[in-house]
Design a protein around this ligand. Structure first.
Ligand SMILES: NC(=O)c1ccc[n+]([C@@H]2O[C@H](COP(=O)([O-])OP(=O)(O)OC[C@H]3O[C@@H](n4cnc5c(N)ncnc54)[C@H](OP(=O)(O)O)[C@@H]3O)[C@@H](O)[C@H]2O)c1
Length: 238
């Protein structure tokens, strides 16, 4: 049986993916800070879920947490990072930005590093992270969120390059959603909002096909292309 870990599976996309992986025959390690929600999910299929509650900003502790989880699962084929945070921050309150950086940069990096090293030792594995289309350009409303997502996109590209250079069988997939109907989708003017179910199904397909970069839902790649085309002088006034 294949083994997967989803970091950030208490709600939203991570929870949707956990259920789909169970339907697809995986044994799944699920994590998050809200232990009660992990227990709720485990109760749906007690033999196939292993739970571990931890905060990814506690980076000193992450290796041990992940090692214990892998031991309980009995191996690891796939690790998905769906944990993330971000808030509108018109007043540029540093504590708000710091929480985003601690989670989306420090926590994210500690997890990807541990996972890549683990996969390198075992010579194969699939690392998937949910970044965001937001990482393509800056944001006046949530500067840290977009900047940290840009970091994730760039970091994942680096790991893909490293995997190729090492000639390993490590796949690195960068999932870039537009809007998905979860607590994370904040702010005015949302459009093309996908259900968690639809987004999760498209992400699972991308995982099965070992895609490198995927926009969720698919039509968001049009917005991505447009975003990349807008000249800086115009973007700065938007
Ligand atoms: N929804 C969207 O429109 C959208 C668009 C683009 C990208 N994304 C990205 O998709 C990913 C998943 O978000 P979502 O939409 O599914 O939102 P969500 O329902 O809020 O899920 C976020 C998950 O991250 C976990 N998490 C957050 N901070 C954590 C921490 N410090 N330690 C451990 N776990 C933590 C949460 O668990 P606990 O709270 O239990 O710890 C939760 O399971 C995020 O990276 C987000 O940036 C979302």
């Amino acid at each position: 049986m294949k083994k997967a870990i989803i970091v950030g599976a208490t709600s939203g996309i991570g929870k949707g993916l956990a259920k789909l992986l169970i339907d697809n025959g995986y044994k799944v390690g699920i994590t998050g800070r809200r232990t009660n929600l992990l227990i709720e999910l485990k109760n749906e299929n007690p033999d196939r879920y292993v739970i571990k509650s931890f905060d990814i900003t506690d980076t000193n502790n992450l290796s041990q947490q992940l090692e214990e989880l892998v031991n309980e699962l009995g191996g690891l084929n796939l690790l998905i990072i769906s944990s993330g945070t971000g808030n509108l921050n018109d007043n540029l309150d540093f504590e708000t930005e710091k929480q985003t950086i601690d989670t989306n940069v420090s926590g994210f990096t500690a997890i990807t590093d541990w996972t890549f090293n683990y996969f390198e030792k075992q010579t194969f594995g699939h690392l998937v992270a949910i970044s965001s289309i937001a990482g393509l350009r800056g944001s006046r409303q949530a500067p840290a969120y977009n900047a940290t997502k840009a970091f994730q996109i760039n970091y994942l590209e680096g790991l893909r390059q490293k995997s190729n250079k090492l000639k390993t069988k490590i796949t690195v997939t960068d999932i870039r959603p537009g809007f998905v109907d979860t607590d994370m989708a904040k702010g005015e003017g949302q459009f093309w909002v996908a259900s968690v179910d639809k987004a999760s199904r498209q992400i699972l397909n991308a995982i099965k096909n070992k895609r490198k970069i995927v926009y969720i839902t698919r039509r968001w790649r049009l917005i991505a292309a447009l975003l990349k085309l807008v000249p800086g002088q115009i973007y700065d006034r938007m």
